[in-house]
Design a protein around this ligand. Structure first.
Ligand SMILES: Nc1ncnc2c1ncn2[C@@H]1O[C@H](COP(=O)(O)OP(=O)(O)OP(=O)(O)O)[C@@H](O)[C@H]1O
Ligand SMILES: [Mg+2]
Length: 240
């Protein structure tokens, strides 16, 4: 069985791509699939297959018809034809539709020897809290494994609500990290993969000793925390 792990949350900006980047660090041999309106995982380009989605998909969904039925065909073929554990970044507003389509073809996927896991990212925002249980329920009947990652970016999620969302799935936590502007830019442009090899002397030269050291320390700590938060799903992914 080849395993694929979908990282989902229809609310935007909750840290899905950061979680995908952490998984990519934790499982360096895994290919990555990115489903989004524009390609963002630029530093992982060499190992990423990008599937463009229209930013405004409501029109496609409202009209139904052929375009909507065929929307995920290529993505599903990529999942079905994977020969190695695959990490999938499911862009905003896309998770629920993709999981519904996968529900419809669950038996075919099983026949093709594919196991699909679902990791839902939850933040303390009404949109994310409303979407998360829907995604988890959609995945429950057919997915091989489910995980919840609480990203404390907007503060902690009420533990009772989190437990209800997870419905027995393992929960991990990513703390909110305060990043200097320059650290945020490095993260955006170079991803987590560059952090272990950041050039300390160059950072000192560009930002001074104190700020340069802080940028590096903050990024190293974020990377370690993010990788720890994806440890259980990463172990599942490679365990097939
Ligand atoms: N725990 C955290 N601490 C600090 N910064 C974070 C944390 N989680 C996410 N971020 C930052 O928040 C921003 C949004 O994260 P990201 O792009 O991963 O979200 P996303 O869910 O993939 O967004 P989209 O729905 O647009 O694809 C990024 O700049 C990311 O680095
Ligand atoms: Mg993203």
């Amino acid at each position: 069985m080849v395993r694929s792990l979908l990282v989902t949350q229809d609310k935007g900006g909750v840290g899905k791509s950061l979680v995908v980047r952490a998984l990519a660090e934790a499982v360096p041999e895994a290919p990555i699939v990115e489903i989004d309106s524009s390609q963002r995982l630029v530093e992982l380009e060499g190992r990423t297959t990008f599937f463009p989605m229209r930013a405004d998909r409501s029109e496609i969904e409202r009209t139904g018809g052929r375009a909507s039925r065929a929307e995920f065909d290529k993505v599903i073929d990529a999942i079905a034809n994977a020969t190695a554990p695959t990490i999938i970044d499911v862009g905003a507003n896309t998770g629920r539709s993709l999981l519904s389509v996968l529900s419809d073809i669950a038996s075919e996927l099983e026949g093709a020897g594919v196991e699909v896991g679902v990791l839902t990212v939850v933040t303390n925002e009404p949109g994310a809290l409303a979407e998360a249980p829907k995604l988890m329920k959609l995945a429950a009947p057919w997915s091989a494994a489910r995980f919840v990652l609480e990203n404390r970016l907007r503060g902690p999620v009420d533990p009772k609500e989190l437990k209800l969302i997870a419905a027995g799935a393992p929960i991990s936590v990513l703390e909110a990290h305060i990043l200097e502007d320059a650290a945020g830019s490095i993260l955006q442009d170079l991803g987590l993969v560059a952090i272990p090899n950041l050039d300390g002397a160059a950072l000192t030269q560009a930002h001074g000793l104190a700020l340069g050291a802080r940028i590096r320390r903050d990024l190293v700590s974020l990377r370690a925390n993010a990788m720890e938060a994806v440890r259980t799903p990463a172990e599942w992914l490679v365990g097939g």
